[in-house]
Ligand binder design. Structure first.
Ligand code: 1CP
Length: 342
């Protein structure tokens, strides 16, 4: 939280994207007891899964156990998590399908998520609880473009060609979808902050698939409007933006969206980042998840390089994308110990 509020800390704080996940045996044990949506929508389970990596590693950030697809699900789009395949939804390809989405359902459908945040905040604020009263509680959503990718495609994809084609071929329909997501995302992030999240993160995992002018229109502009709306009633709201694979559009994203900290993906060259982003801009990242999978000296060298290169900057140590399922949990312990060494 201190880095989000403007301080540069040494050593930097650390948490990891997908820190609650299948690489943890205690997560796999819970997985056998309930399907994915049930885990997201049962406060006891979501709280427990959020806390697992805090208990094990004492991470500085606890990210709510949930998913970016909860929002379209809450508006009535069907969603199923299929083993070995990931999310499957009834794709939205025309006006009629878009019309069937009902944002009025969101508050009731997401009530269990907000309840989980309330409970987590009470647990994490306790000085004798997990995290010792020092762990920042992070809420999140997907950013409009990335959520639209899944809503239109109906499943994961490497290219998300259907959604990118819709942006050119049916611009009105696409812009209505992005507009709907912009509005509902801002409201949902606000509700998460009001329920106890101390900061929120916008995951734009597929932002880098867009051509530059489309990136401007469907990533930067909606993000800026979401940030403005969230802050309208909450000037103190702290927001992390993660425009994955943004490449040369990263400086403009950092300058124009108003996010407090920008997430760096694995491919970001830190020398360029330091040159192109203003010195007061906060950054989060960006260890290669494959280095964490490999462990040993290669991991240690990569951690040292990142830590040292960003020394003196507002930096939150993290990966460049999520923890991979095959990652040995000891590698994460070694990472945290090394990041925290004085
Ligand atoms: O139990 C399981 O096997 C389900 C795997 C899983 C998990 C652990 C999914 C399905 N979602 C999650 C949790 C999750 N998802 C979190 C929780 C907090 C944490 O980080 O520990 C977060 C922040 C997300 C965000 C998310 N979901 C993103 C953005 C980040 C990213 O990875 O790029 C995306 C794209 C999704 C969609 C999604 N949900 C689940 C899967 C397998 C996917 C990806 C599908 C694909 O391949 O495109």
């Amino acid at each position: 939280m201190r880095v989000l509020q403007g301080e540069a800390l040494w050593p930097p704080p650390v948490w990891l994207m997908r820190q609650a996940g299948r690489y943890l045996p205690e997560f796999r044990a819970m997985r056998e007891r309930a399907d994915f949506l049930t885990r997201c929508l049962t406060p006891e389970i979501a709280v427990e899964l959020t806390l697992q990596p805090i208990r094990r590693y004492g991470m500085d950030g606890a990210i709510l156990f949930s998913d970016i697809l909860i929002l379209p699900w809450a508006m009535g789009q069907s969603l199923e998590f299929v083993d070995g395949e990931g999310p499957v939804m009834a794709p939205i390809r025309d006006e009629a399908a878009l019309e069937r989405l009902d944002p009025a359902r969101i508050p009731e459908a997401t009530a269990p998520v907000l309840e989980a945040l309330r409970r987590l905040r009470a647990i994490l604020d306790a000085p004798d609880g997990p995290g010792g009263g020092n762990t920042t509680l992070l809420g999140f959503t997907g950013a409009p473009f990335t959520v639209a990718c899944y809503m239109v495609e109906g499943r994961g994809s490497r290219e998300f060609a259907s959604v990118r084609q819709m942006a050119y071929a049916q611009p009105e329909l696409f812009e209505r979808l992005i507009g709907l997501l912009e509005e509902t995302t801002a409201a949902y992030l606000g509700a998460q902050l009001d329920a106890g999240a101390e900061a929120v993160m916008l995951f734009d995992s597929w932002a880098g698939l867009l051509a530059p002018d489309q990136f401007q229109k469907h990533v930067i502009e909606p993000t800026r409007r979401i940030v403005d709306r969230v802050r309208a009633g909450r000037p103190q709201a702290r927001i992390i933006g993660f425009p994955r694979l943004a490449g040369l559009s990263l400086p403009e994203y950092a300058a124009r969206t108003g996010v407090d900290v920008v997430g760096l993906d694995t491919g970001c060259d830190l020398n360029q980042v330091c040159e192109l982003l203003p010195p007061q801009m906060g950054v989060q990242g960006n260890l290669d998840p494959l280095a964490l999978l490999a462990g040993g000296q290669a991991q240690a060298d990569a951690v040292t390089a990142i830590r040292e290169r960003l020394r003196g900057r507002r930096h939150i140590f993290n990966l460049g994308h999520g923890v991979l399922q095959q990652t040995p949990p000891e590698h994460v312990a070694a990472l945290v110990a090394q990041v925290r060494a004085a």
